[in-house]
Every structure is written in C-alpha cells, then in structure tokens.
Write a protein that binds this ligand. Sequence first.
Ligand code: GRF
Length: 224
Amino acid sequence: MEPRPISQRESHISSGEKFRVAVLISGGGTNLQALLDAATVGSIAAEVCLVISSNPEAVGLERAKRAGVPTAVFRSKDFPDLPSFRRALLESLRDSGARLLVLAGYMKKLPREVLRAYPDAIINIHPALLPRFGGKGYFGRRVHAAVLAAGERVSGATVHLVTEGYDEGPNLLQEQIPVRSDDTVESLAARVLAVEHRLLPAAVQAFADGRVRSQGGRVWVEPA
Ligand code: GRF
C-alpha cells in the first residue's frame, strides 16, 4: 500500500491559500514567535490563524496580538462544566480553519474530543530527545536538570505527534546538540531553545508540503 500523506488527506488547499495552523501556548511563546517570524519572512508557507492560551497572562498572547493573529484564552474554570469547556475549545479551533494544531509550551492536556477531531494533525515540541526525558513531570527546567543529572553527553529537541499520553506520540523530527561539561540548566535550556526555534518551523513546513507520511502506525517526514 502506498504511504499516505497525512497532512493533506482531507485538505483542499487551493493555490495561493496558506496552510492554516493554530498554536496553543501557556507562557512565553518564543516558539510561537519563531513560527510568526517564519511566516512573515515566507520561510514557511503557512499562517498562524489562531493562538489559544490556557493562561490569560501568557506573554505569547502579546506576541500574537502584535502579529495581528486572533487570540483566545480557554480555561476550564471559566466554564460551567468540562463538556462545555471542551465543546467551546473545539469549536474555536474548527472555526479558525486550522489544518494543524501546534502545542508550543501548552501546559494542559488536550481534551479527547480535540485529539479525535485532528487525527495525525497535532504536534508538540519538547526540549529533549524523546522518548528519554519526557512524560509527566518533565517540563521546563526540570527536563534540562534531569539531562544534566544523568550525565548525558547529548540533548536536543523533538517534534512529535500528540496522542493521549504526555510526550508519547511518534517522533517526527529531532535535532541533537552536545551537552557541555560546564553546562548549567540555563545554558543548556538556551541552546536547546535555539534548536526548537528551527525545528518547529521545519515541522510545520513538512505538514504544509504534505511531506509527513504514515504507514502501518509508523510516521515519518520525507526530505524536502
Ligand atoms: C519549550 O521549551 C518547549 O519545548 C516546551 O515548552 C517550552 C515553551 O517555550 N514544550 P516558549 O513558550 O515557546 O518560549
């Protein structure tokens, strides 16, 4: 059986129309900024059509507003119950016309309804070489502290497909960097973040190009 492109399976993108991406954040949004910048300079043929934050104070919301991208804050506590929160979140994503959802520092679990509505079309960026140093509890500084504590010689960043478990979906792209003997959590985090800012736009471009393939449960990115 021919491997199928997973990003354009149901899409009918007419020429000139950009590949629409919704980005979900909870904090600083430097990865969001990398996508906004890449879209502005045309190094990705995609547009960020919506930014959703789980946190009304997220600095990333300002980044989106500066770029003229619509924003929304979704917190379950602002809704009468969980089903109405989930419905509203899904509706907002659907209304945006996004073909791909990008979790860029999003600290919440996505509702099952959203996972089902976007099969093979939700990605997350993680600041380590998954499957190592991932899963519940591995976020922010903790990831880099664990890498240093384990005496790892390499670290890096991973873009993976999102499934129900934390950081569990198949890897799509990964880039390694050496860990230096004098690295601190901060210095390692900064170098990994620079990698993330390249890797995430590259992953979005792969989806926009229809170069993300799946066959028999395996997922990979074809070279450009
Ligand atoms: C990044 O390190 C990303 O890998 C992780 O959360 C962090 C988000 O950073 N999932 P930013 O908000 O994009 O600056």
